[in-house]
Design a protein around this ligand. Structure first.
Ligand code: ASP
Ligand code: MG
Length: 473
């Protein structure tokens, strides 16, 4: 049996003719070693946002605005096609696919305009168009370079539930469908160019796996095909110790563990979608994070979960910041020992679809403090006031306080926080920079610690912690 490699390229990797040409080179390099290759790609960068903005305009009654977006989408892709493709035959073929999909976008926007609303199902039909277009462009360019490539719609491979906009795969069905469709192609040395982000329900409706979901698609397919390796190709040299725009001495990590990268991704580092890691974990798939634009450069290998109890080398690996957060605090003497307050609090947050990014509770139980993205903070407060109106009347809860403009700074490293030593150094370093720590929380696996600081302290905090990491390396 041959070994299979799945490679995923993100939006910036297919964002222009030059970028696509880099992708072609990367695929050629990979083909020298791998006879069976599956490529998963995103939409051209910015396209998914544009598609959704068109749908939003249509739902607000601005049909003209939506048609302008159609025009922009058409021009954006046409430019890439013109610059990239050489043969008239391929050009004509891809342009006809583009025409069809732009027409589909206009029809969907018209329907949304007439209805005056865009259902999650309609939004998935719209937002999936970017990938449905980009696969044709890349496949055509590969054929021009004598690689037998074929575009494949992942709605024929990935079966999901009907949770539109964040659908969940049915792995058994997906395994069967992907193997039936892709294995015969791989045996004939054909390279499938598969749409990321997209699945379909049993009845054939298009679903998407959530924003940034192409990584997840690649992970799902790697598992379904029992691939040996999965490469996530992006526009930075693998996973870095921090954002090089904040600390110029940031470095690529040679290795990182699954649990560490999940913490990192959840903590705002946009290296790889956490769900992609979740799905490949425990599947004996070698995972690499590489740079499309620097194929021979540094890359990061993602290793199986590190067992904290046996880890000899405990060190901080990376630090990252999640911006635009608000802290919400529920306070009151009547909360003491009362059961269910925490459950009701987070239930209320979930009702307004707020993603709780950090939780801290004092042992006196007189307050619950948590963070949410600022964009949903006022909705959460309203919902909490509604949920606890009785407790407010009885003065069991005295206030719901909000602090905007805060940032969650998270440092990652397996087993690190089993030792108190690092924690001490962490706070000393922050103290030396006069950073006020507003709250602290430790990750569930003990592999991370987060501090909440005000927005103005972001750079100082990240740099101070990064210096500790560099010093430990
Ligand atoms: N194109 C989709 C998005 O922008 C999926 C992806 O890029 O991973 O969210
Ligand atoms: Mg993307």
């Amino acid at each position: 049996m041959h070994k299979i490699l799945v490679i995923k390229f993100g939006g910036t990797s297919v964002g222009s003719a030059e970028a696509m040409q880099q992708v072609v080179s990367q695929i050629q390099i990979a083909r020298q070693k791998w006879s069976q290759l599956v490529v998963v790609i995103s939409a051209v960068s910015g396209v998914t946002d544009l598609l959704l903005s068109g749908a939003r305009l249509a739902s607000l009654g601005d049909e003209e605005g939506a048609y302008k977006v159609a025009h922009e989408l058409d021009a954006k892709h046409r430019r890439i096609i013109c610059e990239l493709l050489q043969s008239t035959k391929e050009k004509q073929f891809v342009e006809s696919r583009l025409d069809t999909h732009i027409q589909e976008f206009r029809s969907l926007c018209h329907a949304i305009y007439v209805l005056g609303e865009a259902s999650p199902r309609a939004l998935d039909a719209v937002s999936s168009l970017g990938e449905r277009i980009s696969v044709h462009i890349l496949a055509a360019r590969l054929r021009e370079t004598h690689c037998d490539a074929r575009s494949v719609l992942s709605s024929t491979l990935i079966r999901t539930d009907s949770y539109f906009q964040a659908a969940n795969p049915d792995m058994d069905m997906t395994r069967e469908l992907s193997r039936t469709h892709l294995l015969p192609m791989l045996e004939q040395q054909i390279v499938p160019i598969v749409t990321g982000f997209i699945g379909s329900t049993e009845s054939g409706a298009i679903t998407t796996l959530g924003r940034g979901g192409s990584d997840y698609s690649a992970g799902i397919l790697a598992v379904a095909l029992e691939a040996s390796e999965l490469w996530i190709c992006t526009d930075v040299d693998g996973v870095m110790t921090t954002d090089p725009r904040i600390a110029s001495n940031a470095k690529t990590l040679g290795t990182i563990a699954h649990n560490e990268i999940v913490e990192l991704a959840s903590a705002g580092a946009q290296v790889v979608h956490p769900k992609a890691i979740g799905v490949v974990m425990n599947h004996n798939i070698d995972l690499w994070i590489r740079n499309t634009f620097n194929p021979e450069g540094s890359a990061t290998q993602v290793l199986p979960v590190i067992d904290v109890s046996t880890t000899q080398k405990r060190r901080a690996k990376a630090v990252t910041a999640v911006r635009s957060q608000s802290l919400i605090m529920l306070e009151g003497r009547g909360m003491l020992g009362v059961q269910g307050i925490a459950a009701r609090t987070f239930d209320a947050a979930a009702r307004v679809s707020a993603n709780v990014t950090l939780i801290a509770q004092t042992s006196s139980e007189q307050s619950i403090l948590f963070a949410v993205p600022s964009i949903v903070a006022s909705k959460v407060v309203l919902e909490l006031e509604r949920e606890f109106y009785r407790e407010f009347e009885w003065n069991d809860i005295e206030a719901v306080k909000v602090q905007d403009n805060v940032v969650i700074v998270t440092v990652i490293g397996s087993g690190l926080f089993a030792t108190s030593e690092f924690v001490g150094r962490l706070f000393t370093a922050l103290g030396e920079k006069n950073v006020d720590v507003l709250s602290i929380s430790q990750g569930t696996t003990g592999g991370s610690i987060s501090v909440v600081v005000s927005k103005a302290d972001t750079e100082n905090s990240v740099r101070a912690i990064h210096e500790l990491i560099v010093g430990m390396a």
